[in-house]
Ligand binder design. Structure first.
Ligand SMILES: NC(=O)c1ccc[n+]([C@@H]2O[C@H](COP(=O)([O-])OP(=O)(O)OC[C@H]3O[C@@H](n4cnc5c(N)ncnc54)[C@H](OP(=O)(O)O)[C@@H]3O)[C@@H](O)[C@H]2O)c1
Length: 285
């Protein structure tokens, strides 16, 4: 299986990328991690061939002192040619420092500008419209006005590719009628495989499907006997097989495992070279 994917028809990227949410903190708005380690993880990721980093301006430690976009800019700017940085907009900060899902399209321009500034770029490679809260996709909520606002910023040159996050097949169809959707980022991993209609729609259209929580987010158990058995057969670790399964589940899936650990980074990127056999895939069904 080729380990490259052409996102949006033009951005050639490795199917194993990197999720930046765990650099500032190993939860969401939890205690700060060491920023020097975060920068070292980013530099090593690029050395290892990672050319797709997923981030958000709101990925930060609870005290706000360590922020993913700042670490990315400090570690990697000026960015190497071919590095794709994807970010997401939609959630807005609440006065208590938390995040709330909004539906107002007017909030999107300042959020895009915040990403341009904190990443130090004139144009963002890929911006996802992230809808809803922590729960599953908000059924029946229209994305049209917000996606039109992002499409207008794409026309202006502030963004080159658009994506959607936490959506259902109806949202995807609604957005695609407005502008090209080049990536979808939904909750999906080896122990949560129920997003089949969105994955099928992405596969049919050649849209990148980029699961969030590819390793279960430290919340769901992606371990278990089935994965452990296949891991033993390959002399691999359970997270590596969970990532290899994601890549084998469709030609359009991309992996963005999140870590603040150099050892886990090395392990996760090495998963890109594991080729699962039909027997492995049958054992993982
Ligand atoms: N669109 C959305 O709504 C949304 C939501 C969540 C996340 N995301 C994006 O998706 C990315 C991936 O999700 P995620 O980071 O939340 O979860 P994940 O990749 O499923 O899991 C990350 C967790 O697993 C640990 N881990 C990573 N590699 C490991 C390994 N080889 N062995 C053992 N433990 C390992 C990490 O801890 P250590 O840091 O200690 O390794 C961390 O606690 C995020 O970084 C973010 O960019 C998007």
């Amino acid at each position: 299986m080729s380990n490259d994917f052409r996102l949006g028809g033009d951005l050639l990227i490795n199917r194993i990328g990197f999720g930046a949410m765990r650099l500032p903190t190993n939860s969401f708005h939890g205690p700060a991690r060491d920023p020097e380690t975060g920068r070292a993880v980013l530099r090593r990721a690029v050395e290892l061939g990672v050319d797709h980093i997923d981030t958000a301006a709101f990925y930060a430690s609870g005290d706000g002192t360590v922020r993913a976009n700042t670490l990315i800019r400090e570690a990697l700017h000026p960015y190497p040619a071919g590095l794709v940085i994807a970010t997401k907009v939609g959630p807005v900060r609440t006065p208590d420092g938390g995040l709330a899902a909004g539906t107002d399209p007017a909030v999107l321009r300042p959020l895009v500008e915040e990403n341009l500034e904190t990443l130090g770029v004139d144009s963002l490679d890929l911006v996802y419209l992230r809808i809803g809260g922590a729960e599953p996709p908000p059924n029946g909520e229209s994305v049209a006005e917000r996606f039109e606002a992002l499409a207008a910023m794409r026309e202006e040159g502030l963004i080159s590719h658009l994506g959607l996050s936490n959506v259902d097949a109806g949202h995807l169809a609604e957005a695609r009628a407005i502008a090209p959707v080049d990536a979808v980022q939904n909750h999906f991993h080896a122990a949560k495989r129920d997003d089949t209609d969105v994955l099928a729609a992405c596969q049919e259209a050649g849209i990148a499907y980029v699961p969030f929580f590819p390793l279960g987010g430290g919340l769901s158990d992606v371990t278990g006997d089935r994965i452990a058995k296949v891991a033993e057969r390959h002399g691999a670790t359970v997270p590596q097989i969970a990532l290899a399964w994601l890549l084998a589940s469709s030609p359009v899936t991309l992996a963005i495992p999140g870590t603040g650990s150099l050892a886990h980074l090395e392990e996760n990127t090495a998963a890109g070279s594991i080729v699962l056999t039909p027997e492995d895939l049958s054992d993982l069904t």
